[in-house]
Design a protein around this ligand. Structure first.
Ligand SMILES: Cc1cc2nc3c(=O)[nH]c(=O)nc-3n(C[C@H](O)[C@H](O)[C@H](O)COP(=O)(O)OP(=O)(O)OC[C@H]3O[C@@H](n4cnc5c(N)ncnc54)[C@H](O)[C@@H]3O)c2cc1C
Length: 386
């Protein structure tokens, strides 16, 4: 990955934004269980940061994915994972399929305001009975004249309580599970859309998560992204960007965790010496930093493949898997070295420990990544779906 002065300038813009607009308020937002998403997104939109890789015709910067990667990395310096997650949902989870496959009309109606920070989006894939098994979702969209009538529900949907639209995966026919799905844009003010109260989460406290209910929700068929029946394929492609974004976002968050732990272990003394002077501790921290560099290299390689137009599924899945596993390892080890202070709720390492736990679950759990990697290695026993 070769970074240019333009990458460095973008890095600085994102870092300044994190320092000025996010970090001073993280404690308050974490305690409140929400943050002013509309205000913050408008500020991000004004700086162009919600459309780095999106087409210029819709207000984006038209840059390649390496710039997105840089932004995702810098957002990892936020003092909470919830706000970067909300931003990642807008830029890399609920809009990539729209940007790639949506009609001009849809892009003007949904993408341009999402890039400008005027509309908040969310991605509605998971359901109570179908998270890992995306093909098993039950929400269905039945045709009625020029419209769809949608019934079902979606579970654990980030940003949904404040979202203006859902990029919704629904079954639009009785065909086979991989061929019967479509991605449909559903404005949240459509009659029949409702939300559960906020879900009470272990981490990512400042991001808002809820269940969405869809009860005879009527939307025009022109709100479908791309051809009918291609939603599963589009969502799998959309997952690649989500997974690379997730891996990139973890890198600096873990480095910050290690750095904070080094500072603490220099100051904290036991048995007449600084904690850091115990060989076990400084060796362990060096080992973890080495692992973070390996994650960075893997993530950059996935990104390079993606930019070159090659299929990055294998490397993106590996990067996501490594990010989740390493995130748990680094935050757990660091928390241990903070002792009782690390166990306190408001400790930054304790927050990182809780926040990063999501990476092994959301957007495809570790085991799903392993399944994809095995499949691409040709070692996954074939399965029959009844
Ligand atoms: C905070 C948060 C935010 C989220 N945001 C969104 C969002 O915005 N939009 C959205 O659509 N979804 C969202 N999700 C849902 C998330 O993507 C799912 O939780 C995830 O895909 C796992 O699905 P599940 O929880 O149903 O777990 P299940 O599918 O029930 O699996 C449970 C566990 O079983 C294991 N497992 C599953 N399948 C296999 C297998 N084949 N082999 C071996 N082990 C297996 C895994 O360890 C997995 O964690 C969010 C979840 C959380 C917690």
């Amino acid at each position: 990955m070769k970074f240019t002065p333009e990458h460095d300038a973008l890095r600085k813009t994102v870092r300044d934004f994190v320092e000025k607009e996010i970090n001073p308020y993280c404690d308050e937002w974490e305690a409140a269980g929400e943050f002013p998403i509309k205000d913050l997104f408008k500020k991000l939109g004004n700086l162009g940061l919600l459309g780095i890789q999106k087409p210029e015709a819709y207000g984006g910067m038209g840059l390649d994915y390496s710039y997105n990667l840089v932004a995702a990395e810098e957002l990892g310096l936020a003092l909470c994972g919830g706000v970067p997650l909300a931003i990642g949902v807008q830029t890399d989870m609920c809009t990539p399929a729209l940007a790639r496959f949506g009609s001009d009309e849809l892009k003007r109606e949904f993408l341009a305001p999402a890039i400008a920070g005027d509309r908040v989006g969310c991605i509605g894939v998971s359901e109570v009975d179908a998270g890992s098994d995306v093909a098993g979702i039950r929400t269905n969209a039945r045709k009625d004249g020029d419209d769809y009538i949608i019934n079902g529900s979606k579970m654990w949907i980030t940003n949904s309580p404040k979202a203006d639209f859902i990029c919704l995966l629904a079954n639009t026919s009785d065909d086979k599970p991989h061929r019967n799905k479509s991605l449909i844009l559903v404005p949240t003010d459509t009659p029949g859309v409702s939300f559960s109260p906020h879900l009470n989460k272990l981490g990512m406290r400042s991001s808002e998560t809820a269940q969405i209910f869809l009860d005879d929700v009527r939307v025009p068929q022109r709100n479908r992204i791309g051809a009918e029946g291609t939603g599963f394929m589009m969502q799998m492609m959309q997952f690649q960007e989500e997974r690379m974004w997730g891996a990139a976002n973890v890198i600096k968050a873990l480095e910050a965790c290690i750095d904070r732990t080094i500072t603490y272990c220099r100051e904290r003394r036991t048995f007449g010496q600084a904690l850091i002077d115990n060989q076990y501790i400084h060796f362990r921290l060096a080992e973890l930093q080495t692992e973070v560099e390996a994650l960075r290299a893997l993530t950059y390689q996935a990104c390079e493949q993606h930019i070159a137009g090659q299929d990055a599924t294998r490397l993106a899945s590996m990067a996501k898997l490594k990010a989740g596993r390493l995130g748990r390892e680094v935050t757990d080890a660091c928390l241990q070295f903070w002792g009782g202070n690390g166990y306190m709720w408001d400790n930054p390492v304790s927050r990182a420990f809780r926040d990063v736990r999501l990476v092994s679950i959301g957007g495809g759990a570790d085991e799903i990544m392993l399944g994809i990697i095995c499949k691409l290695m040709g070692i996954l026993p074939s399965k029959r779906r009844d």
